[in-house]
Design a binder for this molecule. Structure first.
Ligand SMILES: Nc1ncnc2c1ncn2[C@@H]1O[C@H](COP(=O)(O)OP(=O)(O)OP(=O)(O)O)[C@@H](O)[C@H]1O
Ligand SMILES: [Mg+2]
Length: 271
């Protein structure tokens, strides 16, 4: 049965769009039929990260308003046959997304895909609530810093109260994705420790994505990092997170500061 997954965070700029593209591609690379849906009306970033910006003709709002049929708006990924994108509109008014319209489009997508991954806008207002409203499962993207963790905590509260699942009295499946994790800074106490984040948020951890320039490189060439450099540390972490989403049990390893260790070793020799 199709699953609607929302990638959400509260705080902006923590890696939702990056994670939507990477998890979507990783699930597709594993054989699942996936569509990533951009709910960030007005900003429209997911198409850039997926390298599809020049192919956008119709968008989610066109489909919600009945100006285009769903297949007209869906953009098939250049590299992965079973990955599609439903883009957001860059210009239109955010209020054009109605709850009933979104529900209709998501139900339509459920018939065509195994996974529907909704990239939420930042914040806790209407746009973020619409993106999570019909979700079956949530990935809460958090950076190991106080403001991000605090906003994630608020988002968890909304997931447990404002979604259709919550209204039906069902439990929302929530997973924590810790992104932009810098082992060196964590070691120096400049960032929250993984255990501290887990203790505050107390939802299961689905992965730790290291801070890596590979993410920026991939975004610059318009490809999810799991496609652009599949052997890189962030790509491997995303691929494992995707397998956990499918129900596999794999231990999460905390990225270590290999460069730091090497640096220390080297430093000692040089001294
Ligand atoms: N693991 C990572 N390592 C390095 N840079 C990263 C990583 N993850 C994300 N970034 C960078 O952080 C920035 C913000 O990422 P992204 O756009 O995915 O966040 P977002 O949560 O979708 O933001 P917004 O709330 O504005 O939608 C981007 O420049 C992205 O390339
Ligand atoms: Mg985004």
């Amino acid at each position: 049965m199709a699953k609607v997954l929302v990638v959400t965070s509260g705080k902006g700029g923590v890696g939702k769009t990056t994670s939507t593209a990477a998890l979507g591609a990783a699930l597709a690379q594993g054989g699942e039929k996936v569509v990533v849906v951009d709910f960030d009306v007005g900003l429209r970033n997911l198409d850039l990260v997926m390298g599809a910006e020049r192919r956008v003709v119709y968008d989610l709002i066109n489909v919600v308003q009945g100006d285009a049929k769903l297949p007209q708006a869906l953009i098939r990924d250049k590299r992965l046959d079973n990955l599609s994108l439903l883009p957001a509109s860059q210009t239109r008014d955010k209020d054009a997304l109605t709850e009933a319209g979104v529900e209709r489009v998501l139900n339509d997508l459920r018939d065509r895909f195994d996974w529907i991954i909704c990239d939420s806008p930042a914040g806790i207002e209407r746009g973020a609530q619409l993106a999570m409203r019909h979700a079956d499962v949530a990935v809460v993207v958090t950076n190991p810093e106080v403001s991000s963790v605090r906003d994630s905590d608020r988002i968890i509260g909304l997931l447990d109260s404002k979604t259709q699942k919550a209204e039906r009295g069902e439990k929302m499946d929530k997973h924590l994705l810790l992104t932009r994790y810098d082992a060196g800074r964590a070691g120096r106490g400049e960032m929250l420790k993984v255990d501290d984040v887990l203790e505050i948020l107390s939802i299961p951890l689905i992965g730790i994505i290291p801070e890596s320039e590979e993410v920026l490189k991939a975004s610059n060439v318009g490809a999810p990092v799991t496609v652009n450099s599949p052997a890189s540390a962030p790509a491997r972490a995303y691929a494992e997170a995707a397998r956990r989403l499918k129900g596999e049990t794999l231990q999460v390893t905390i990225p270590s500061d290999r460069r730091g260790l090497f640096g220390k070793f080297f430093g000692r020799r040089a001294a």
